[in-house]
Design a protein around this ligand. Structure first.
Ligand SMILES: [Zn+2]
Length: 342
């Protein structure tokens, strides 16, 4: 098969489009013919070596995949060849203490499609049959590929971890990102009001079109001041933070008493300072979260079918142009998800 892979770490110029080993499924796995694969920040960390692929190089990135079933292992039941599917990107062992508690995203052997094993920047990809969900007819392959990581993670962060309720206020960092564009819509769906940040004025209208009530250009305005003004000096109930560094540190100041900051990524840096006085005197909560459950993915897909959530697609590149697609994301030119289509 053809794939876009890399043999050494570095920038987008390390990505090679060429022949690659075909995936060989075991008895409980399926091979999916990829129809669309979305790019993610984690792809960039795998590529540049900040998070080296656990199985070594060469490696194929890509954790958000839709496609059709190509072949199935002998023990796979309930699926049919040619069926339209979406792959749930998290792998768990099912037997460790945390899996037994029903908290599979913190499995001690947890791994992601496209990280723990080769992913979807390819014509074919394999996955456990247990990770396969049917893709509803009304959702295109491209729309579907924009759902499993960004939308599911944002859903779990706001609905489950932050327990967001109608009437509350949310600060969503980086409206132009996959997580940001999903979190704005989900917060609105919950009946909350949203203030969000962008790094360029040409993303303001985009953020408003997703349902943001107030948009702040963080390069020209202080987002804490603006969040305070917008909330009549009160501060917001929830912050969705995935940048790290100074953005994390300042985000805590935007919270009101009993507020919750959900941290779901560290796009700029893995570190962030914390003013402990604010933490204890205001009874704040800082909650880490990653991904969500397969059932939650199904719930998100139901909302997409009903038109209540809209996967935001920036543009699709042909698989052979993976290098340009990665550079497009590295340059932060995208508004929503960037896809590869074989
Ligand atoms: Zn486990």
């Amino acid at each position: 098969m053809k794939a876009a892979f890399f043999k050494e770490h570095g920038g987008s110029d390390r990505i090679i489009y060429d022949d690659y080993r075909d995936p060989s499924p075991d008895a409980s796995e399926v091979v999916v013919r990829v129809k669309a694969c979305a790019l993610n920040h984690v792809d960039m960390l795998l590529l540049d070596g900040r998070y080296p692929p656990p199985e070594g190089l060469p490696h194929v990135n890509g954790c958000e995949v839709t496609g059709t079933i190509e072949t199935m292992g002998d023990r796979v039941t309930g699926l049919t060849k040619g069926q339209r599917v979406i792959i749930f990107p998290g792998f768990s062992c099912g037997v460790c203490e945390y899996c037994l508690r029903g908290e599979r995203t913190v499995c001690v052997r947890y791994g992601y499609l496209g990280a723990a094993r080769d992913g979807g920047y390819a014509e074919l990809v394999k996955a456990p049959a247990a990770n396969i969900l049917s893709l509803p007819e009304s959702i295109s392959f491209e729309q579907g590929a924009a759902v499993p990581l960004a939308m599911l993670t944002s859903w779990h962060a706001l609905v489950v971890q932050a327990n967001l309720r109608a009437g509350q206020t949310v600060l969503v960092q980086a409206a132009g990102s996959g997580v940001g564009s999903a979190a704005i819509q989900i917060a609105r769906l919950c009946g909350a009001r949203v203030i969000t940040t962008v790094g360029a004025d040409d993303k303001i209208e985009f953020a408003k079109s997703l349902g943001a009530d107030r948009v702040v250009n963080y390069r020209t305005q202080d987002f804490v001041d603006e969040a305070k003004k917008w909330s009549n000096k009160r501060g917001v109930d929830v912050v969705v933070e995935h940048i790290g560094g100074e953005t994390f540190e300042k985000s805590v100041y935007a919270l009101t008493r009993l507020g919750t900051l959900v941290t779901i990524g560290s796009h700029d840096t893995h570190w962030g300072r914390l003013d402990l006085r604010h933490m204890y005197s205001k009874n704040l909560r800082i909650v880490g979260t990653n991904l969500g459950s397969i059932l939650e993915l199904k719930t998100v897909l139901d909302h997409v079918v009903e038109g209540k959530l809209k996967p935001v697609i920036d543009r699709a590149f042909p698989l052979k142009d993976a290098r340009a697609a990665v550079q497009h994301v590295l340059d932060r030119k995208n508004k929503g998800k960037v896809l590869l289509v074989p």
